[in-house]
Design a protein around this ligand. Structure first.
Ligand SMILES: O=C(O)CCC(=O)C(=O)O
Length: 288
């Protein structure tokens, strides 16, 4: 493993996210853009109506990664794995991803966190279970829908945790009520503007949102979900991850190209007999 950057690791654990500049080559960004545009064209109108605030929500699974080289290259990219190793995680695992693409002139994305392991005591420690690796395929800023985060909210209770409405509802997805607190400024928030090819990595349980896209261009992010510390997690956590991601890992066949073979070490495997923990989307009182 490459050298761990202790200062960056400490910051990542404290703030809940880290930004790596210029990780992807412009050619790869271009291929991913062409590929994702093609996938988006195949979605029907109902898909976009259902997902107004994200823009789109298309699953990226292992079968897709087997089919599209650009995607496989992204998932097992040497510089991506080096960035993750810099944070001290030498054997990350890949679960699935999403194409999240805001069309021109589209609304903001609501505040949410994607922690679904709140029934697991690990979620109340420094250890990450699930992390997002986000790749914006265009440069972003506050005008075209850049990411916003609340540093530290993965480890400390924030007013948004106790908001009455649950996260990820149809009402939030469709922007039915723009006055909802989930669309307003939030205490402690910061913008994370990036250039295409940068990598933003963060804890799934970190509060995040995005600005409206007020530009005339589509703004696409590929959110790729990894489990950076999988091998060091307790068995029950591993069993839970395995049961949740198993379906996304189906490819029908084993790897038949060198590129597909490079994905294999990232595969989530648990062969023990520990009981999975039930999914829980909101933190308990242990989050102080
Ligand atoms: O669209 C964005 O900028 C953020 C996407 C997001 O929140 C997610 O993937 O969980």
């Amino acid at each position: 493993m490459g050298k761990v950057n202790l200062a960056l690791r400490e910051k990542f654990i404290r703030d809940g996210y880290a930004l790596f500049r210029g990780v992807l080559e412009p050619e790869l960004v271009e291929s991913l853009q062409a590929w994702s545009d093609g996938v988006l064209e195949q979605q029907d109108e109902a898909h976009f109506a259902r997902n107004r605030t994200t823009g789109s929500m298309v699953l990226i699974d292992w079968a897709m990664a087997y089919r599209y080289d650009a995607l496989a290259e992204l998932i097992a990219h040497r510089r991506v794995l080096a960035a993750v190793a810099e944070l001290g995680f030498a054997e990350p695992k890949f679960g699935h991803g999403r194409i999240i693409s805001k069309p021109p002139q589209s609304p903001p994305l609501f505040w949410h966190e994607d922690g679904r392991f709140w029934g697991d005591p690990v979620s109340y420690t420094w250890q990450p279970i699930q992390c997002f690796l986000m790749y914006y395929l265009t440069d972003t800023d506050a005008r075209n829908g850049c990411l916003r985060v609340i540093p530290g909210s993965h480890r400390k209770r924030h007013a948004l945790h106790d908001q009455a409405a649950p996260m990820h509802t149809d009402e939030l997805r469709t922007y039915a009520n723009p006055g909802d607190a989930a669309f307003q400024r939030a205490e402690g928030e910061v913008d994370v503007p990036v250039e295409a090819g940068d990598l933003v990595m963060g804890y799934g349980r970190l509060f995040h949102a995005s600005h409206a896209n007020l530009s005339d261009e589509r703004r696409t992010v590929l959110t790729m979900w990894y489990y950076p510390h999988f091998v060091d997690l307790p068995e029950r956590t591993q069993a839970t991850i395995f049961s949740l991601e198993r379906g996304n890992g189906e490819t029908g066949t084993g790897p038949s190209t060198g590129l597909q073979a490079r994905l294999e070490p990232l595969r989530i495997v648990y062969e023990g007999s520990a009981e999975p923990i039930a999914t829980q989307w909101a933190p308990g009182p242990a989050l102080a």
